[in-house]
Ligand binder design. Structure first.
Ligand SMILES: Nc1ncnc2c1ncn2[C@@H]1O[C@H](COP(=O)(O)OP(=O)(O)O)[C@@H](O)[C@H]1O
Ligand SMILES: [Mg+2]
Length: 247
């Protein structure tokens, strides 16, 4: 499904990612690591928005650029102009990728998707919504074309608890339908028990595998530094207290 082999990427010669190799199937995978560890860069490579300097990336067996249209993507919150005067419906319709006009079925699909994420909105201005509602609108935009792969960059940031639960419920349904999901998270706790695998990143891949094995104290210290505070929960998972450290 997604396969990376020895991927290297730098911004103007400054290494952002090196030696990244992993394979994922129709799974729910979380990418975690400190700020600046390359998480957003990694998903932009998967989407074909950036190209690797070295190594190989295949998505559905193809070059990422060729399958971009099958991917439902939700960018990181700070990458969005939140005060731009645009209406909810126009944001969601953007997810359908039509150039000139939208058919009635597109409009219906957009309305339906907004309802599915728990929003009874249409003509409202995006800029006037709460942070949680804005995130849900962007989530609807990622889902509206019924993507074959879902990629979300820190979708739960600035999201209230009911919104987060609604989003997670939908992700679990998608997972059941066999849609692969990649989610970058700042805080792993809310999804720890839902994910199949975690990719622990700090410019290099520190661990990739099921969370019980990948999230041990040694790996977390490698990713977050030796003074990271680690919590071990009842089921034996380890995770950092919060992900708020810098690479
Ligand atoms: N457009 C860019 N130009 C130059 N450097 C960048 C750019 N985007 C990200 N970087 C740098 O690359 C590194 C990884 O960034 P990023 O992938 O955004 O990390 P994360 O999402 O884990 O916080 C950081 O050091 C960041 O400053
Ligand atoms: Mg990021």
């Amino acid at each position: 499904m997604i396969e990376m082999k020895n991927v290297y990427f730098s911004y103007n010669g400054k290494e952002a990612l090196s030696n990244i190799s992993f394979k994922m199937q129709e799974e729910f995978v979380a990418i975690m690591g400190p700020n600046g560890s390359g998480k957003t860069t990694l998903i932009k490579l998967i989407m074909g928005l950036l190209e690797p300097e070295k190594g190989e990336i295949k998505v559905f067996g193809e070059e990422p650029k060729k399958v971009m249209e099958y991917i439902g993507y939700m960018p990181q919150r700070d990458a969005i102009a939140r005060h731009f005067p645009i209406r909810v419906r126009d944001i969601v319709l953007m997810g359908i990728h039509k150039k000139k006009f939208y058919a009635r079925k597109d409009i219906e699909k957009a309305r339906e998707t907004l309802k599915a994420v728990g929003l009874d909105l249409w003509n409202e201005l995006f800029s006037e919504l709460s942070g949680g509602m804005q995130q849900r609108v962007l989530f609807a935009r990622a889902l509206v074309k019924e993507p074959r792969l879902i990629i979300l960059d820190e979708p739960f940031n600035a999201v209230d608890l009911p919104s987060r639960e609604k989003m997670l419920e939908i992700l679990k349904e998608k997972r059941k339908e066999g849609i692969p999901i990649v989610v970058v998270v700042h805080n792993i706790n809310p999804i720890l028990h839902e994910i199949d695998k975690v990719l622990l990143l700090n410019r290099r891949m520190i661990a990739y595998g099921n969370p019980k094995e990948a999230l041990n104290e040694q790996n977390l210290k490698k990713a977050y530094g030796s003074d990271v505070q680690i919590i071990v929960c009842d089921e034996g998972y380890c995770h950092p207290l919060i992900g708020d450290t810098h690479a």
